[in-house]
Design a protein around this ligand. Sequence first.
Ligand SMILES: [Zn+2]
Length: 412
Amino acid sequence: MLNTFSFAFLAALLLMCALRLWLAQRQISHVIAHRGRVPAGFADRIELDAHQKAADYTVARTRFDTVGLAVEVAVLLAFTFGGGLQTLHEFWSGRLDGLTYGVALIFSVALVSAVVDLPLALYRQFVIEANFDFNRMTLKIFISDLLKQAALGIVIGTPVLLAVLWLMDRMGDLWWLHVWLFWCAFNLLLLFIYPTWIAPLFNKFVPLDDAQLKMRVEALLVRCGFTSSGLFVMDGSRRSRHGNAYFTGFGKTKRIVFFDTLLSRLRPVEVEAVLAHELGHFKHRHVLKRIGMLFAMSLGFLALLGQLIDAEWFFNGLGVAAGNTVLGLLLFFLVGPVFTFLLTPLLSLLSRRDEFQADRYAAAHASAGDLVSALVKLYEDNAATLTPDPLHSLFYDSHPPAALRIAHLQSA
Ligand SMILES: [Zn+2]
């Protein structure tokens, strides 16, 4: 059943694997080569111990990612050329029809992927993260997270799938435009309900009560002309020692969230500088631009799927005997990332550009020096390497490498 498209897909898959392995190998060699000495700009701020921990952590994670790649490729090949999707289709089409067939087939594929991914997730959390003393999660929290995610997936996923499959069947040749509109509306709704309805299922959020810090933060918000519906502290330490600060919501539901792990490590002036950086993302509309870009991309992908869904060669070339809309949707989302992988460096580049812009905003509205010292602490606490391979970083990193980012801030 192999056709020209099969070979195009296999070639893209091979290219993706080769690139990922090559970049991983470069990253590992580069980090190991620079393990012996703290880079010049950080020598007085970071101990050799911490630098070496970051190197070992980076190497361990990069090595493990290559295991993840092997599993990912095996699953993909099993579903397509291995006949996995064809078998599941035959199983369900003999028992169910219409929308229920579609939902059952999609959930079975999701279930198989989740089961295969489970040992990897366990290893990542309870071996790698634990070895570097980052893991704070118990097996009990891990399992309860998993069950909650599954329940949410079913409660939210079922109606969404039913709606999408219904639109695909009923809306004629322009179904993809209807699905796109529905998809955008659903995502916007999710953005509104996430902070108030979904996030609290996984973490506790309490109002920030440190009076001194609150005063600083509120003064910063006034200075930047920003209103939010509250400052919250999240119990990130329940799961991990990694620290962060972020923003969620839109309009009146905008919330600022600090991880407790971040507050326990940074001085108030540093927290202020980190928040100013986040405000920079908001003021430059980075989140809105990102959402606009994702919507535009999904319109393109859906229009493409609109063409593929009637093309026999698309199904046959990927190991499925006869196509239908559900199989088309599944194949598209299984195989798509292999082709879109090549967009990674472009998306990373755009993201790094936003980070520089947010840093400049922080330097203008808070203190660049405080942001530098906060960043150094965060790099140290997260064991993020200060010496990434330049090509690996160019390809993947959503944030500029530490040395470059700090150099920019110091010249701001
Ligand atoms: Zn940022």
